[in-house]
Design a protein around this ligand. Structure first.
Ligand code: M6R
Length: 612
């Protein structure tokens, strides 16, 4: 939530910052702002997207080689011009941008008001910038030291960047829980929430760790201390992020590009990890801990949102193929409910961004209790990736659309591989079935390609149901979590109310909602429960509901009953979510476009939820 970008060096800062803000806009788009130093600090900020900020800075003199920008996802105070970042201290000397939440801001604000400070916004950020000013003034400190000492008084999550007009040759950054990365160029330095605004200029980055304060100087040098003022040395790492991978490449939306990338991204998730012809599969992260994993009494998967849906599918996979008792936990609940965790539990955290605050806190708690923690993460070097004992990157490449698509199928690919490997290693599946599953997994990218070819048909179905206000998604077994995921995709980007249910649960309540206006998407590709799903469809038809069925190629029984049918290639049941989810992503996408919704940046949402 919220994107931060800062520059200090020899170039003009404002074009770098404005371009960076556009790249970071997926993190929040309630407002945007920029500050540039040149003799004095100039700040411009505006409610709405970066485009609105662009309009108000047109014609302004934004010369200067030091500056920063912010794109906001509102936490404290509604989205408006006043609450937009940057925030300025009472003296006008210090400006600050912030991603996170200062939990004790109310008591700090009261204390500052007693000292005569006044506030114009409702934000916790304006409290922090004035706290820094007060600490600097009362203790006669440099800005770096004032930031460090102030942060020792703060409870909460933050990534912040600070500029002080009294020391304009430096920028201060600090981090606790929210991400912050420093780009290291030739005589220039960058700070950003992720590497996307930086890659155009340098592939050298430093990840700022928890409770660290970095000082960037205009001669290209930097220093890092922790909150105890001990010097820390963070290695310079090389990132392999190509500029093309963070652009739309001719697609109308990032989400559409990411849906269409799936044949490649699924293959990338398997690359070097599987060879069905030779009969092997391996995951480097698992190999090191294989004995401990094999002996685990229990697997617990924890995640949020779409990643939680992947975890639900993994529960079916691990229990069926590896016969290990498996539980799935919402990270936000798991972290707070004092769960029983034993040292022989195997905890898997799933996260596209690797920064989700609840998932990060959940694994820290489980790690403290002695469990083995494994991360399945997309963003390389992210907080969750660094907090885990071992893990596997999903290698889906940057996912910019707020609605997760390719990360979901790549997570499923890695989870399927894990379950197949574990099942075979534990002797729970035969060599024949092991090979069959590997062969099938290798064929998934080509099968996804075939589904993408029926886009026009899915678009037609979208046009028929786009005006609905409510919808149901039903599935059984492996396809129950797919129903949840299909419903989430539709509601988050089209704002149509959608619920996912296990198909059999329909008669325990949701059936009351069904009438001739209600589209019901039934995922009916499972071989195992086919007849039962057919009965559920009959029950819906008897109430005049509109059936959109996702079936396997060659199906006849459901075709005869459903109003609309989308065919997907056949596969093994454990792998069926990798195919059945694709038409649901496409359906949601087309409906949202037809309803004129902002597909890549749906209202109220942000890509990466780094606050609770
Ligand atoms: O980055 P993560 O996978 O940890 O994010 C979890 C959720 O915030 C995310 O999946 C969210 O639900 C998406 N908007 C779903 O499309």
């Amino acid at each position: 939530m919220c994107g931060i970008v800062a520059y200090i060096g020899e170039r003009q800062a404002s074009p770098i910052i404005m371009e960076g803000l556009k790249r970071l806009e997926y993190r929040g788009y309630d407002s945007a702002g920029i500050s540039i130093y040149h003799d004095k600090i100039k700040t411009f900020k505006k409610q709405g997207k970066v485009l609105e900020l662009e309009k108000i800075i047109e014609g302004e003199d934004l010369q200067g080689t030091v500056g920063f920008g912010h794109t906001r996802w509102a936490t404290h105070g509604p989205p408006n011009d006043v609450n937009a970042h940057p925030h300025t201290s009472n003296s006008g000397d210090i400006v600050l941008i912030h991603n996170g939440i200062i939990e004790n801001y109310a008591s700090l604000k009261a204390a500052l008001m007693d000292l005569g400070y006044s506030f114009t916004s409702e934000t916790d950020t304006e409290v922090l910038v004035n706290l820094i000013e007060e600490v600097q003034k009362s203790r006669n400190l440099t800005i770096g030291e004032a930031v460090r000492q102030s942060l020792n008084m703060v409870v909460g999550a933050y990534a912040i960047v600070v500029i002080d007009a009294k020391e304009p040759d430096k920028i201060i950054g600090a981090k606790n829980s929210s991400p912050l990365v420093c780009g290291v160029g030739e005589n220039e330095l960058f700070l950003a929430s992720d590497a996307t605004p930086i890659v155009k200029y340098t592939d050298k980055v430093i990840y700022i760790k928890e409770d660290e304060v970095i000082t960037l100087c205009d001669d290209g040098t930097y220093s890092i201390v922790n909150l105890e003022n001990e010097v820390t040395e963070n290695p310079i790492e090389h990132i392999d992020l190509k500029l093309e991978s963070i652009e739309k490449a001719g697609f109308e939306h990032f989400m559409l590009k990411e849906i269409y990338q799936q044949p490649i991204t699924i293959a990338e998730s398997m690359r070097g990890r599987i060879n069905a012809a030779e009969g092997w599969a391996k995951l480097g992260g698992m190999a090191e801990y294989m004995n401990r994993i094999k002996q685990a009494d229990r697997i617990i998967l924890t995640a949020c949102g779409t990643s939680w849906h992947s975890a639900l599918i993994a529960e079916y996979l691990f229990e069926e193929l590896a016969r290990i008792p498996t539980e799935v936990e919402y990270a936000s609940e798991f972290r707070y409910r004092n769960p029983i965790i034993k040292t022989n539990d195997f905890i898997i955290a799933l996260s596209q961004s690797g920064e989700t605050a609840d998932t990060l806190a959940a694994i820290k708690m489980a790690k403290d209790r002695g469990a083995l923690i494994y991360g399945i993460v997309n963003v390389v070097g992210s907080s969750i990736a660094r907090e885990t004992h071992a893990g596997s990157y999903i290698h889906a490449g940057p996912e910019i659309g707020v609605a997760s698509t390719k990360a979901f199928t790549s997570q499923l690919t890695v989870l399927s591989l894990m379950a197949i490997i574990l099942g075979y290693e534990k002797g729970m599946i035969s060599q024949g079935y092991y090979r069959q599953l590997l062969t099938e997994l290798e064929s998934i990218p080509a099968k996804v390609e075939r589904i993408l070819k029926v886009d026009d048909h899915i678009k037609y179905i979208a046009s028929e149901i786009k005006d609905a206000n409510n919808s149901l998604y039903l599935g059984r077994g492996y396809n129950f979590p797919v129903a949840l995921e299909g419903a989430l995709k539709l509601k988050e980007i089209s704002y149509i109310h959608a619920e996912g249910y296990p198909a059999a649960e329909m008669k325990h309540g949701p059936i009351a909602l069904i009438d001739m206006h209600m589209p019901i998407v039934v995922i009916a590709t499972n071989k195992r429960y086919y007849d039962k799903v057919v009965s559920n469809i009959e029950e819906v038809k008897a109430r005049k509901g509109i059936i959109i069925a996702v079936v396997t190629e060659g199906d006849t029984a459901i075709k005869a009953l459903a109003d609309f049918v989308i065919e997907v290639p056949t596969t093994e049941d454990p792998l069926s979510p990798l195919l059945s989810v694709i038409p649901l992503q496409m359906l949601a996408y087309h409906i949202a476009v037809m309803r004129d919704c902002n597909v890549d940046q749906p209202r109220n949402l942000a890509k990466s939820v780094t606050v609770e």
